[in-house]
Design a protein around this ligand. Sequence first.
Ligand code: PLP
Length: 453
Amino acid sequence: MRFVSTRGQTSPLSFSEAVATGLAPDGGLLVPENLPGIGDLLPSWASLDYPSLCDQFFRLFATDLSEGELRPMIDRAYGGFDHPDIAPLRPIGDGRYVLELFHGPTLAFKDFALQFLGRLYGRQIRETGRPINVLGATSGDTGAAAIHGLLHLEGVRQFVLYPKGRISDLQERQMACTGSDHVFPLAIDGSFDDTQRIVKTIFGDGAFKVRHGLSAVNSINLARVLAQCVYYLYAWLRLNSSERTDVTFVVPTGNFGNVLAGWLCHRMGVPGLRFRVATNRNDILYRFFTTGIYSVREVESSLAPSMDIQIASNFERYLFYLAGGDSRRIRDVMTRLSEEGRLEWTLTADDRFDATRSSDDEILDQIRRVHDEYGFLIDPHTACGFTCPGEGRTEIILATASPAKFPSVMKAAVGEAPRHPNLEDLKARPMNIHSLPAEVDAVRAFITDHLPS
Ligand SMILES: *Cc1c(COP(=O)(O)O)cnc(C)c1O
């Protein structure tokens, strides 16, 4: 299997090269040259446990890895999850289910991709003999998941920028209390946009990037999307045959990476799937799916901070498939989007996703309602998935984070905050944080000073 860029101006890459590359050199995103059909394989996959399913699925893509290399990486990636099913599917009645994706080490679904990506990076370092260092910006969950996904890699240093005072205390502790002197959480005096701008500028300096072996661990890495396909398959396979024919996955959405993974399963031949994107007040994707117009506005902060995003990075992959793989059209559209902050697309009924959005008040209401009706707590991101009642189809709502990560929102909604032992343990540990101004030069100097010369 080879991987090509959505913008068509990068030579095809192997799986390992695609993992190492992240963003394609022509500015596009990498996609499989041909999506394999998996419809015929589904019956034989029905009885597999999570790691075995993941192994079977990745064999279709990671064809340059030798036999037997994948499985140990998968076992280690998911060995640290605290539920035997890895991604348990919890029935809540009336044909509705909650797919719990928060049983990984940082209690958010990003662990599914980043635990595995960490193992793939480990292999890359062993094969090439070249160390990597990670530079990234986070609005909370990605940074923690990346840090914990790569923590075991000897010699790898991680620099993660976040907006000071704008992530939750526990999210900050997940990054700052690892006890590792190779992890550098950088509290930036500015907004999430500032942190992203700084990271982008530093990556734009090719010489600096190469000299320091810097690598990004962001949601555009194809391995992340593919790792997320597996829990859609796993959930679908848990349903009985009558439920499987009409399934809506409801996906709390920001960067469009998670829901894209589900949609790729549909494109690969899993029958009966529909998708509903659930946004918070940053509703660019809601507006797109209801009007066909994608127009960028200012990001507003909300109670679901990991979805406070206006440029959905993975959206380009979706458009590429809608355009039938016409990379020239994607180049035109993406150029216009970056110049005008807007694009228009005519969607067919088959390509359209359902969409909902939730204000902060609605997020609080939904947390309360689920608590009262079903007797359990959902986090503020997952709450966006509960905006409307089921519609008679089987409905699987993705629970993207543990409510224990957001105690103040839980208290505001229901007057109590759940606890999780992983997080309680963090509260007693010393914090290791570096405060920096929102200036490229300050961050650049910090990195240079903290890498071995
Ligand atoms: C990142 C994140 C999301 C959004 O996922 P995307 O792939 O960016 O759409 C939703 N919920 C939580 C808890 C997250 O951390």
